[in-house]
Design a protein around this ligand. Sequence first.
Ligand code: ZN
Length: 332
Amino acid sequence: MKTKWKHRDKVLTAAAVVTCLSWGFTPHRELHAVAITALPSPVFGFYKAHQHELMVRAVDADKRKHGVKEEAARHYIDIDHYSDGISPCGWHEGCERYSEDTLRSRGILPWSIERVYNQLVVEMSNCGARDSSAASLSRVLRLSADLGHYIGDAHVPLHTTSNYNGQLTGQLGIHALWETHVYETSRPNWSGQKIEALYISDLRNWIWSRIMSSNANVEEVLRMEKAVRERVGAPDVWGYRTRGRTLSLIPTPGFCEEYNDSLDGMVEERFYMAAEGIASAWYSAWVDAGAPDLENDLIKPKKRNLMSELGHFLRARFPIQKERVGEDLYLH
Ligand SMILES: [Zn+2]
C-alpha cells in the first residue's frame, strides 16, 4: 500500500484524539506469535498448531470494550491513585481494603490476569475428560488469548497511570504514540531477542512486579516526549498520512524515530518482556493444571487413550492449585 505524508504542526493538539488505548492490534497479535516461539516442547506443538486463531483472538478483549461495560477497567490500573502505595493482594483482600467500587474505578488489570489464569488452569485440567470437546478447545484458546492480551497491557507503562493519554500534561495522543506508532516505525529495525518461558511459582507477586516495572517507566515516557517535541529542529509531531483512500492524522515517522531513540529501545524491551511473560503464563497454567496432553486431548480427542483418561482422573482428584484457583475464580 502506498503511503504519502503531509506534515501538519509541531504541537500536540486536541484534534489529535486517538481512540486506540491499548497496544495496537498488530503488536498484540505479534506478541502472541513471538510468545509461542518461547514455549517448551510439551506445549509448543499445541500453541503452534493454533497460532492463527490465537493471533486473531489476541484483540478480542479490546473489541469487547464496545459491548461489555465492565471490560475497559480490566486493561489498566491507576497506580498513582494509591497515594500510600498498594502491595500485591487478592481480589477479596483488595475489596476489603479499598472497596470494590474504588478498585473498579481505578482499574482492575492485576486481578483480571489472575482471574483468567485461574480459569485457564481449570479448563486445561479438564482436558482428557470424556466430555472434553471442541467447546473445551475453544475455551482454552479464548482464555489463552485473553490472558496474553492482559499481560501485554500490563507491560505498557501508560496502562498503569491515570495520565494514560497525556491528557493531564498536555500530551494528548502519547498512548498510541508509544505503543502503536513507535512500534510500527521501529519494528523493522529490531534485532530480535531470545526469550524463554519460565515457570511462575508465585503468580500474584509476578503480576504485580511486572505492573510496577511498567509504572516505573511512566515518568520517562512522558518526559522524553516533551523533550523531543521541544528540541530545536525537532521533526513535526503530527502529519497526515494517506493510505489508499484513508487519510489519518498521526505522529510522523521522523518524530517516532527521535522519540524511540530517546527512550533507548524501551518499546522493544517491554515488547519482548511481555512476550516472555505471556509464554511463561501459558506454560505455568499448563503445569498447574497437571501437565495434560493438550495435543492429544484437544486437537485429536478421538485418539484419546487410556493414559490420558488416567491423567485426567488423577488431576481431578489431586488438583495441584486447588486452593488458589478456588479463591478468585468467579470475580467480576
Ligand atoms: Zn487492552
